[in-house]
Design a protein around this ligand. Structure first.
Ligand code: IPM
Ligand code: MG
Length: 371
């Protein structure tokens, strides 16, 4: 299979983790005889520096003509504490989601058994956690009218949703539930917000078409609590843009590191794959970031191409690297390897038929894999 991939490394640790993801893709290409063609494009703070815009027109064109977009991270500290900045790196990602019509953001949260000890939560609470968040991505408060009143002393962000916007992501969530454990939890704030009441109405109507799916409704404040107390009760969580942003970061804590969580953003024409973590500027250039979230995002990308065997080989390679303790400092502050070595290890595991064929002693020149 031949596929064209738009690569947007972005800011902070973005370029480092993308480099590892590309190594892994090349490993897959070699092993399964595929051909991936890469077209790089600017986004975020780097794009602002070079072009004045966080999302240059050329980047959108490159993404539109690609079969999928692989995205690193976005954001730079010089903008974070400057509420007066008129252009911001994050606008690049938001505009990209909107321009490509990526209305469903899918974030799987699955516990790696070998990492259960890394979770700040008690083992008995989190055992068996395997949930997936379907977050609406191009509507709600993120994209409603926003501004300041004339005197500058009041500001507003409008939250608006249409039935169509709710339905199209809800259908994806219900279809996913049918392939999984057949449960959907709608997270909203229907006791307060009119948009949430429209979400409930729409989801209730849709649920009739999926009689096998158990549907549960939770207010977002209660959901925030339940996700920490009993995450293994969830299968598919469906929610609007802002609640999904918050809940998915919260859910990432369960697995022990946000550096493990991948995501897919899907629309009718395009798809984008990115780690859920941000640009982590403190780590940029130090070769310490965890590339697994981006590498697992590549697995999601391959699944979207129908390349299931290939995606599985990535997941197995990631599992092996974790089981053997070949991990970055976020997962093991004492004995760890660098971001680039983690990429090497995972690609080697993919290329090797059997794990014993990989000689790590050579790779680390006989020394312990510590930075
Ligand atoms: C995410 C991020 C983005 C969001 C930011 C960078 C705009 O937090 O993808 O979750 O809020 O959607
Ligand atoms: Mg977020």
């Amino acid at each position: 299979m031949k596929k064209r991939i738009a690569v947007l490394p972005g800011d902070g640790i973005g370029p480092e983790v993308i480099k590892q993801a590309k190594k892994v893709l090349e490993g897959v290409a070699m092993k399964f005889s595929h051909e991936f063609e890469y077209e790089y494009a600017l986004v975020g703070a780097e794009a602002i520096d070079k072009t004045g815009s966080p999302l240059p027109e050329e980047t959108i064109e490159i993404c539109r003509r690609a079969d999928a977009v692989l995205f690193g991270a976005i954001g730079h500290p010089s903008y974070d504490n400057n509420p007066k900045a008129t252009v911001r790196p994050e606008q690049g990602l938001l505009q990209l989601r909107k321009s490509l019509g990526l209305y469903a953001n899918i974030r799987p949260v699955k516990l790696f058994d070998s990492l259960i000890k890394h979770s700040p939560l008690k083992e008995e609470r989190i055992k068996g956690t395997d949930l997936i968040v379907y977050r609406e991505l191009t509507g709600g408060i993120y994209f409603g009218d926003k501004g300041r009143d004339e005197d500058g002393l009041s500001a507003y962000d409008v939250c608006k949703y249409s039935v169509n916007e709710i339905e199209r992501v809800a259908v994806m969530a219900f279809d996913a539930a049918m392939r999984r454990r057949k449960k959907v939890t709608l997270v909203d704030k229907a006791n307060v917000l009119e948009t949430s009441r429209l979400w409930r109405e729409t989801v209730q109507a849709l649920a009739e078409k999926y009689p096998e799916v158990e549907v549960e409704y939770l207010y977002v404040d209660n959901a925030a609590m339940q996700i920490i107390q009993r995450p293994n009760q969830f299968d598919v969580i469906l929610t609007e843009n802002m609640f999904g942003d918050i809940i998915s970061d919260e859910a990432s804590v369960i697995t022990g590191s946000i550096g493990l969580l991948s995501s897919a953003s899907m629309g009718d024409q395009s798809s984008l794959f990115e780690p859920i973590h941000g640009s982590y500027p403190e780590a940029a250039g130090k070769d310490i970031a965890n590339p697994i979230a981006t590498i697992l995002s590549v697995a999601l990308m391959l699944e979207s191409f129908g390349l299931h065997k290939e995606a599985k080989s990535i997941r197995t390679a990631v599992d092996r690297s974790i089981e053997q303790g070949l991990v970055t400092p976020d997962l093991d502050p004492v004995s760890h390897i660098t971001c680039s070595k983690a990429g090497d290890v995972i690609s080697l595991f993919i290329e090797a038929e059997e794990p014993k064929e990989v000689n790590f002693e050579n790779m680390f020149e006989g020394s312990l894999p510590v930075i």
